[in-house]
Design a protein around this ligand. Structure first.
Ligand code: ZN
Ligand code: ZN
Length: 261
């Protein structure tokens, strides 16, 4: 029965390997998955169990391994917005304005392309963290967080979580009577950065694949010329893929090379 037990943990079989579907989406053409959408398969225990059973039978019968692709998200319909470098926690951050705009354009998916919170030069307050996640839930979209330069260090996150957990008051009463607002802020921030990855691979509605990275580790500076950066990014990817980075604080799009930042 392990095919069912594994499905209950959102684990899918792929030959003798396992795919953890808790933080990704699987596209599979096996007889159990045929005709179902990747989101349908990956978010239902029943569908994963059926897939696992087919994979198990195929494995025992020494049949050929199914072709399975995994993505961080699969956009079947709707509109995706990509937002980088919100720098929440600094006075210059325009995150509230950004949410007003996102509300107007009615999106279904939101990629947060790194540097969402600023743990290095800023100090996200309890108000900013609760406000950000409240607004995120309000617009009710699928969120795809990517790690950036100031929000990828574990120490920075830990410091921010500690700041959010504790108020100025004496510590021992806080231990006995924790604040639900602070607990919620800590939990949301922790989940957000547990979901966040260095690179997100998203299958778009037209079948093309978009790679999202913050870009701080690619060796570019803010002073580098946009055309040059586009040229280098173009060489690093498959020609048909779309490469999107943040970090540069400049807007640039090359539809021919399928590079954007
Ligand atoms: Zn399958
Ligand atoms: Zn950056």
């Amino acid at each position: 029965m392990s095919w069912l037990l594994k499905a209950r943990e959102f684990v899918a079989y792929h030959g003798i390997e396992n795919i953890d579907l808790k933080n990704c989406v699987m596209e599979c053409g096996c007889e159990a998955c045929l005709g179902k959408s990747p989101n349908q398969i990956s978010r239902s225990i029943e569908n994963i169990a059926e897939h696992n059973l087919v994979q198990f039978k195929n494995f025992v019968g020494r049949r050929e391994k199914s072709v399975i692709n995994t993505f961080d998200a699969v956009l079947e319909e709707g509109t995706m917005a990509v937002v980088g470098d919100l720098h929440i926690g600094t006075p210059q951050s325009l995150w509230e304005l950004c949410f007003s705009r996102l509300k107007q354009i009615k999106i279904s998916h939101l990629v947060l392309l790194g540097y969402t919170f600023d743990f290095e030069n800023g100090k996200p307050s309890l108000w900013e963290v609760t406000g950000f996640f409240r607004k995120l839930r309000e617009i009710g979209v699928e969120v795809i967080p990517v790690l950036g330069c100031s929000d990828s260090s574990r120490e920075g996150l830990l410091d921010a979580l500690r700041e959010l957990s504790l108020s100025e008051e004496p510590l021992k009463p806080q231990l006995l009577k924790p604040s639900p607002v602070r607990a919620e802020a800590v939990r949301s921030l922790l989940v957000f950065y547990t979901v966040a990855k260095e690179k997100a691979k998203v299958k778009l509605a037209d079948g093309s694949v978009a790679i999202f990275r913050h870009g701080h580790d690619l060796g570019f500076g803010k002073k580098d010329h946009p055309e040059e950066i586009a040229g280098i990014l173009h060489e690093r990817k498959r020609p048909e893929d779309i490469y999107v980075i943040g970090h540069c604080h400049k807007s640039f799009l090359d539809p021919e090379k399928r590079v954007q930042y």
